[in-house]
Design a protein around this ligand. Structure first.
Ligand code: TMP
Length: 245
């Protein structure tokens, strides 16, 4: 079992094998896929079960990251190029890893992130056409070896996702710069995610998000429960194979 709030965080024991390294779960998906809702639902459920949870978001998981997020998502910044966009995504992430994610994992918490490096692979690597290699190069610099133990990608078709995202943007357009890219861009992003699922089927799980919120939450919970059951010290956050990418 992963550490629960009542466990002593500083010692590793048979009952609490993750006490000194935590577990890192990320949510991925197209804009409008419903992943943020699912991340919140899972965090609440795990908290009720007694787990110590740290929730975060990329870009923007720290006060400095929030400032970077505003630059990245403001629709007024149309001239922002693909490379500066990529570097700003990693600037936010590097700050988050150092300031919040690593310390939380070291305390034995379950960290739940709404997006992480797989978003950059899908959006900048595949969507913007920068390729995966440059993304992985920056990951090596920015993430200090931190990779998710489990990624839940809420998969819906591009049209459904974009319709939901556009409905949201009609009421609040402040963060719409990337959502508002053409449908072909989002199609490439989805293909990036599907390729990740093919390359890393153990870690990167596609969850059908075409149903309602509750039915998707049940699918998420089934996967997470199985992972928590199987959790052992061998699944360390720094031991994910980088060679599969
Ligand atoms: P959110 O609205 O799901 O928080 O996502 C913010 C936007 O940023 C969304 O359009 C996806 C995009 N994004 C990237 O393009 N690359 C990244 O690395 C991340 C984390 C997000």
């Amino acid at each position: 079992m992963i550490s629960k709030r009542s466990c002593t965080m500083s010692t590793t024991s048979a009952a609490n094998p993750f006490a000194s390294q935590g577990l890192f779960i990320t949510f991925e998906g197209l804009d409008g896929s419903g992943k943020s809702t699912q991340a919140r639902v899972l965090a609440d459920r795990l908290r009720k079960e007694g787990y110590a949870i740290y929730e975060t978001v990329e870009p923007g998981g720290t006060p400095i990251g929030q400032q970077i997020r505003r630059i990245l998502l403001d629709p007024a910044n149309q001239e922002l190029g693909a490379i500066p966009e990529l570097l700003l995504m990693f600037a936010s992430r590097a700050q988050n890893v150092e300031q919040a994610i690593l310390p939380a994992l070291e305390e034995g918490k379950i960290v739940i992130a709404d997006r992480f490096t797989d978003s950059t692979i899908a959006y900048q690597g595949s969507g913007r056409g920068l390729g995966w290699e440059v993304v992985l190069e920056l990951e090596r610099i920015a993430c200090q070896g931190i990779r998710p133990n489990l990624t839940l990608c809420i998969d819906v078709d591009t049209e459904t996702a974009l319709n939901r995202a556009r409905a949201r943007n009609n009421t609040n357009r402040q963060e719409a710069r990337i959502d508002e890219q053409a449908a072909e861009f989002h199609q490439k992003v989805r293909e990036g995610y599907l390729e990740l699922a093919r390359r890393e089927p153990e870690r990167f799980r596609l969850i059908d998000g075409s149903g309602n919120e509750q039915s998707t939450a049940v699918k998420v919970w089934d996967v997470v429960q199985a992972v928590l059951r199987d959790a052992s010290p061998a699944r360390s956050v720094s031991s994910s194979p980088s060679s599969n990418r």
